[in-house]
Design a protein around this ligand. Structure first.
Ligand SMILES: Cc1ncc(COP(=O)(O)O)c(C=O)c1O
Length: 451
């Protein structure tokens, strides 16, 4: 060794059986490179400041994705609106990034509605979806002037009763479900198009004269890898809108195609990696535009196209840093790594094979490895077998594309939920959600006086 040169990393010897289907025993390891920094900030600095595990969001990436979507839509439609899907990630700082870019809010519960208002979104910039809007929540939203998307006849009747008490008929949308080739229909939400239920709902709403029909909404599904599905959905809604205009003189203000674009992730059942399978925003926008071309509206009167894109906007901008706690040999010969983040933290590990990389230099040998979390539960597997280099306790890994649904669906289970940090466009970083501690967890607990 040359004097002063850094000590080479020790790599323990390992016997790797050649596996059927692999081109060589080194697999894809050669294409793996360490991720030592996020937006110029070192992983070590982040962990030293906020601890491990740690969710990190890149403001730069969130904004870039938002603008890419907005531009793809604006190129093909005169009036577009993006309503940020709160359930995908309702951390205040993340919502703020999108609202500052001009996004409205899309909420599905009283809690999300309150959160949007708390963040300064005016009610008339909120689209309110969901099958369960309790009377008080519905009344508040209608009184405030939010755009409520009615989901079923009981809600329609409830909204009419509330509207009767108001001076002007509130603007509402109708949630529609429809059949599109290539995806299962989400028929439990809204009024069905093909059976005529949606038309009955419109007739009923117009006869009641208590509500103003401002738009149609349809969320086709989620992680839809085929843009043409949106073409079909948009076309069906366009034909329906034409019929309503012709028959009842209804001039719609918006057509909302919900969310559902795929992010740069790989579903467990998916064969191709995300780089090959995930369509660009431009392809989705093109398919939607071709469907909406069927609208028999003059260009000036065309309804605004609304999208509620969630995962495809926020997934790329989220990272999870985790630390190797132990490395062990499993009886079947695979290596098992015990990490400090499990499925309670990385909830989306249940349906994605996440892209995960070491955060430091590593050796040249890879072996089949399973990534386990810290939970004393057999289900706690954050990544099924992948070819991975040897890791030592204390080494860090980074999961990429984890910005969607994790910091909303994570569970306080067995361990505390970790901190979340945001790296600003200028490289500043700040904690946007503190790591939980005992006080957070017991704050709402009460022990009866007889115990
Ligand atoms: C009504 C509605 N809009 C938007 C979304 C966001 O969907 P995605 O994250 O797949 O884009 C959802 C998710 O379920 C939804 O139910």
């Amino acid at each position: 060794m040359i004097d002063g040169a850094p000590k080479p990393r020790y790599e323990r010897p390992v016997l790797i059986p050649h596996q059927v289907g692999l081109m060589n025993k080194f697999g894809r390891i050669r294409s793996l490179s360490p991720l030592t920094h996020i937006d110029g900030v070192s992983i070590e600095e982040l962990v030293e400041t906020y601890g491990s595990p740690l969710f990190v969001f890149s403001e730069k990436c969130l904004i870039a994705r938002y603008r890419e979507l907005r531009d793809a839509l604006a190129l093909r439609n005169a009036n577009v609106r993006i309503a940020w899907s709160y359930k995908t990630n309702y951390l205040g700082a993340i919502c703020r990034v999108f609202h500052r870019e001009g996004a409205w809010a899309e909420v599905v519960s009283g809690f999300e509605y309150e959160k949007a208002v708390h963040l300064g979104v005016s009610a008339d910039h909120i689209h309110f979806n969901g099958p369960y809007k309790p009377e008080q929540v519905l009344e508040r939203a209608l009184r405030d002037g939010a755009i409520v998307h009615l989901d079923h006849f009981d809600e329609l009747a409830r909204a009419e009763r509330i509207a009767a008490k108001l001076h002007t008929p509130p603007k509402v949308g109708l949630r529609i479900n429809l059949a599109a080739e290539g995806i299962p229909a989400w028929s439990r939400f809204g009024f069905n198009l093909e059976s005529g239920q949606a038309r009955t709902a419109v007739a009923r709403l117009l006869e009641g004269k208590k509500l103003t029909l401002a738009g149609l909404h349809c969320h086709l599904g989620t992680f839809i890898l085929e843009p043409e599905v949106y073409g079909q959905g948009a076309q069906k809604l366009a034909h329906f809108a034409n019929d309503l205009r012709h028959e009842y003189g209804v001039e719609l203000q918006f057509i909302d195609l919900g969310g559902g674009f795929a992010s740069h992730n790989k579903l467990k059942a998916q064969y191709l990696p995300a780089e090959q399978a995930t369509p660009s925003f431009a392809r989705y926008a093109e398919a939607i535009a071709s469907g909406l071309d069927e609208l028999a509206y003059s260009p000036e009167a065309r309804p605004t196209l609304v999208l509620e894109t969630g995962r495809a906007l926020v997934d790329d901008g989220g990272f999870l840093i985790t630390t190797v706690h132990a490395s062990k040999r499993l009886p079947d010969g695979r290596r098992g790594l015990v990490l400090d983040a499990g499925v309670n933290t990385l909830f989306t590990a249940f349906w994605y094979d996440h892209d995960v990389v070491p955060a430091q230099e590593f050796g040249s040998t890879a072996e089949p490895t399973v990534l386990y979390g810290p939970l004393c539960m057999n289900i706690d597997v954050v990544r099924d077998t992948l070819l991975f280099p040897a890791m030592n306790p204390g080494d860090r890994l980074v999961f990429r594309n984890v910005g969607a649904y994790n910091v909303t669906q994570w569970m306080q289970f067995i361990t505390y939920r970790p901190a979340v940090t945001l790296i600003g466009r200028d490289g500043r970083h700040a904690c946007v959600r503190e790591r939980e501690d005992l006080q957070t967890v017991i704050a709402n607990e009460r022990i009866p006086e007889w115990l």
